[in-house]
Design a protein around this ligand. Structure first.
Ligand SMILES: [Zn+2]
Length: 380
């Protein structure tokens, strides 16, 4: 049994507790939440700083960890994708596996207990099978031409069979890379299984330009890939509003980035599905586009907000507390209590693991993170 205390404890589902105490069994399950005056201090492990539940990294691509420090910053999304495609397979399997193991170790050390992880290939399976972290894997599907929608969906199903791990679902990559027909197939499948899904949304201005008037950097990008997009007609709508009717209406859905979204886009997300979530990846947004979403608008939208690190291709670290600090630098009225809820309970609810993770409540086993001196570290 462990009895630990700190200057302040954030249970998340109830108010912060000054000089709070957590009593945990040997497996980390919470037995009691209390305050210091009820104990002889000699029987407590006392820490300076704050305690919060383990972080949920709602959006990561652990299979891209070998691209740390390999891609230039501030190129815009199209430049980033081109650089990523050029380098992704230019490393040995050993280098890639080591980078995945190192990335996982960094997540554990900084207090992450669960990850929503995007996979386009199988290279992360062995690490995930070790069970060091909870992973929900999203098999990411790409296919812009409507005629190949069924073929691409079948390929995703084949890939999912190779994973032989639990907690899997299928996800469309982004509106500019996945046809409405393919998104619909994926949504039907996930809704039938009541599985969460996710999509990259409005990460760049070029995404809007493509949908609104078939212009912007994606045109040259598709041309260089040899993709015929002559069938595509501008929708005159934002990218999000061009595809949202095909997104799930009653299963958990995470919209990632939303940097260039309008208030009407957030409203559309909220109206389309009560189980919609937004995911903030501020450090990746600064890395790629050098722009942050308006998190004030997000807060006012009523949607639940999660936090993700994205991958080491577009971030210097996989550390949720660093993401929180980056948000606070520009949005300093957002309290630590609010941001910790984004970083813990909301991500757990999106992944459907809130019975174990996301808050300090008796019977849960959410992990314990100590935050002090501007760093975070896992205690349990
Ligand atoms: Zn991503």
């Amino acid at each position: 049994m462990k009895k630990i205390s700190a200057d302040i404890v954030y249970p998340i589902t109830s108010s912060p507790i000054k000089n709070g105490v957590l009593i945990l069994d040997d497996d980390g399950k919470i037995l009691e939440i209390s305050t210091r005056e009820k104990f002889d201090e000699a029987e407590l492990e006392i820490f300076q700083g704050a305690l919060c539940p383990g972080f949920v990294n709602a959006h990561c691509h652990v299979e891209l960890s070998h691209l740390k420090n390999k891609i230039a910053q501030h190129t815009g999304l199209v430049g980033f994708i081109q650089s990523l495609m050029g380098q992704r397979f230019a490393f040995s399997t050993e280098e890639r596996l080591q980078a995945i193991a190192d990335a996982e170790q960094e997540m554990i050390a900084t207090g992450i207990v669960a990850v929503g992880d995007i996979s386009n290939e199988t290279i992360s399976i062995e690490q995930k099978k070790k069970g060091n972290l909870f992973y929900h894997t999203f098999i990411e599907t790409i296919g812009l031409q409507p005629l190949i929608a069924q073929k691409k969906f079948d390929e995703a199903m084949e890939l999912s069979k190779q994973f032989v791990i639990s907690n899997l679902s299928i996800a469309p990559h982004a509106p500019y890379s996945t046809s409405v027909s393919l998104i619909q197939l994926i949504s039907d499948f996930n809704q039938k299984n009541n599985s969460p899904t996710t999509i990259h949304n409005q990460e760049t201005e070029d995404e809007e330009l493509f949908f609104k008037n078939k212009s912007g950097a994606f045109l040259d990008f598709y041309k260089n890939l040899g993709l015929d997009i002559s069938y595509f007609n501008a929708t005159k709508k934002t990218s999000l509003q061009s595809v949202i009717e095909a997104m799930p209406v009653h299963s958990n859905t995470l919209y990632v980035h939303n940097t260039f979204g309008y208030p009407s886009d957030l409203q559309a997300i909220a109206q389309h599905n009560k189980k919609s979530f937004l995911c903030a990846c501020p450090q990746a947004n600064l890395f790629i586009e050098n722009k942050l979403p308006d998190y004030n608008l997000w807060s006012e939208s009523g949607l639940k907000i999660c936090i993700g690190t994205d991958s080491l291709a577009s971030n210097s670290c996989l550390n949720i507390y660093e993401e929180i600090k980056t948000i606070q630098q520009k949005f300093n009225h957002l309290s630590l209590e609010t941001l910790l809820k984004w970083a813990t309970l909301n991500g757990a609810e999106f992944l459907g693991i809130e019975k174990t993770y996301g808050s300090f409540e008796i019977g849960k086993n959410p992990g314990v993170v100590l935050i002090n001196n501007e760093t975070s570290g896992s205690l349990i």
